[in-house]
Write a protein that binds this ligand. Structure first.
Ligand SMILES: Cc1ncc(COP(=O)(O)O)c(C=O)c1O
Length: 405
């Protein structure tokens, strides 16, 4: 924790300015710790935004990937890729679903899901299939996925948006029942089990069960975007498993490859055969390096009991935050599950990103007022306590300042 209060500015004249970045560059990492190019050390409460499942430079992942690099990085989907079948079989075993399409990112997985929903509709004679989506949802930044996203800032400047999305509030059973009784062209419901970018907003168990029922009653596909909340983050392989339900379509990405880009759409019997040869594809999707990353990530998660770790260390982290922030005026809520936690404040808190970095902690702020922690699933109880010890004083200091907006 030797970062100075003010971080140096380093210009990037040739990279497009699509991100508001902190002026620091990471050089290397180990476990839940990363170092920048100036030698400063940070505790990683961000995990590359819920990506680095196994932390950094994992001693069993790295040699496996090195071995794969020396064997075959990419072939082509012109040919069989045995590692695809291996990873697909594992994802089906873990989810109880039946078939997988591979791609490289979350938005691509969601695009595939949206295509499945539309074709599912066309196949049963619905000419303008509609998909139910949610307020505050985030599904990606392609034209279709930003249209499904429920954040006007993400959509601004990119119209006309893709049509035929019907938007409802999260956790409102009456609203989805109303859609079912009034809109005959609906073919699918698409939601994050815990909204990530929207502010760490969990769908309740009761709501998920009700949506499953409404989908069954109306012959709709239930499509659960587990790109951020899936792959063990909440303490089960997939966040919907806490509700004892099964989706028909489940996009995954982020943590699946522990940092190597891997996306997947895992489907159950109702959706698995909707796309046929020529309907969809991806050059990089399912390449041997990506598949090996997925296979090894899951293997190590199983060997090291990382679901149980996410549940117990996540609970300890949440308790620590609740204890230290109890009664602090301006802290509205502390929510989430496992190692996907959000602390909602009564004011915008984007500046905490830089202040936390200066104090040696990586985190994220989402939906303007929500501090989000999505660290590697290998986080130890001691590291969780260190996050609490660094973060809570920063939150208290911010809340003690006069609110600017
Ligand atoms: C729930 C959810 N879906 C989709 C995406 C898009 O993933 P990607 O950035 O890999 O395209 C994200 C990214 O934050 C996400 O959180």
């Amino acid at each position: 924790m030797n970062a100075p209060d003010k971080l140096p500015v380093s210009p990037e004249p040739h990279v497009m300015k699509t991100y508001g970045r902190l002026p620091l560059a990471l050089s290397h990492g180990r476990g839940c710790w990363v170092w920048d190019t100036e030698g400063r050390k940070y505790l990683d409460g961000l995990g590359g935004i819920a990506v680095n499942t196994l932390g950094h430079a994992h001693p069993r992942l790295v040699p496996a990937l090195q071995e794969q690099l020396g064997r075959l990085i990419h072939s082509s989907n012109y040919y069989l890729v045995p590692l695809q079948e291996q990873l697909a079989a594992k994802l089906c075993e873990l989810s109880g679903l039946t078939n997988v399409f591979f791609c490289s990112t979350g938005l691509e997985a969601n695009e595939a899901a949206l295509k499945i929903a539309r074709k599912f509709g066309h196949d049963k004679g619905v000419d303008r299939p509609e998909i139910v989506v949610y307020e505050a949802a985030f599904h990606g930044r392609s034209i279709a996925t930003l249209s499904a996203t429920g954040n006007p800032k993400v959509q601004a400047g990119f119209g006309p948006l893709v049509e035929c999305f019907v938007r409802v509030p999260l956790n409102d059973v009456a609203a989805i029942e109303e859609v079912a009784s009034t809109r005959k062209n609906v073919v699918a419901v698409f939601l994050e089990v815990i909204q990530g970018e929207g502010g760490v907003n969990p769908a309740t168990v009761e709501y998920l069960q009700a949506v499953r029922r409404v989908c069954d009653e109306n012959d709709w596909l239930l499509m659960l975007d587990e790109v951020q909340c899936g792959m063990g983050r909440t303490g089960k392989w997939f966040a919907h498993q806490w509700a004892g339900i099964r989706p028909d379509v489940m996009p995954l990405a982020k943590g699946l490859g522990s940092g190597v880009p891997v996306g997947a759409v895992v489907c159950g019997p109702k959706a698995a055969n909707v796309l046929g040869p020529g309907n969809h594809g991806s050059t990089f999707g399912g390449n041997p390096l990506a598949m090996r990353a997925g296979v090894e990530t899951i293997r190590i998660m199983e060997e090291d009991g990382l679901l149980a770790n996410a549940a117990s260390v996540g609970a300890a982290l949440k308790e620590g935050l609740q204890r230290e922030l109890a009664g602090v005026k301006g802290v509205r809520d502390i929510r989430g599950q496992g190692l996907m936690l959000g602390i909602e404040l009564d004011r915008p808190c984007g500046e905490l990103l830089g202040r936390a970095a200066a104090a040696g902690l990586m985190l994220s702020v989402t939906a303007e007022r929500v501090i989000r922690l999505v660290p590697p699933l290998i986080l130890s109880a001691d590291e969780a306590a260190q996050i609490v010890a660094i973060l809570c004083p920063l939150i208290k200091a911010l809340l003690a300042e006069p609110a600017t907006s």
